[in-house]
Ligand binder design. Sequence first.
Ligand SMILES: [Zn+2]
Ligand SMILES: [Zn+2]
Length: 134
Amino acid sequence: MTKLEPKKFIRLCSVCGKSIKVTVYKDGHYRNGHYFNRISLPIKGTGQYKKIGTTQLSKMVVDVVKWTGKERKVEYWECNKCYEEALHENWLEETLERLFGKRCKDYVKGCACCDAWHMYDIIVECLHEVKRQK
Ligand SMILES: [Zn+2]
Ligand SMILES: [Zn+2]
């Protein structure tokens, strides 16, 4: 008989680098931290980016490249705090868009929309500053 005990392990937050104590239960759900996906990172010095074709992105044609060398698979995790802060930024952006509309192309002094987005930039910059100092 195997015991149905939750597994506990430590992961590092991909954003702030703090360790997250994750608890995974047998049915697959987990607590603490937010798991996004496995991402592949190319390992420097083992290969190069090779053009394997082109693709159409709206009106632009962009190169499709493939890494020829070795890859390292890493899990992308975010701690609760980073996750919530990211949500918060989105929330702010969505609220601004609802209230003032999309950001103008160029900043016009005295335009309510531009001023609102200018404030948003400052707030976001402050949030990032706080993160960097931790
Ligand atoms: Zn974090
Ligand atoms: Zn404007």
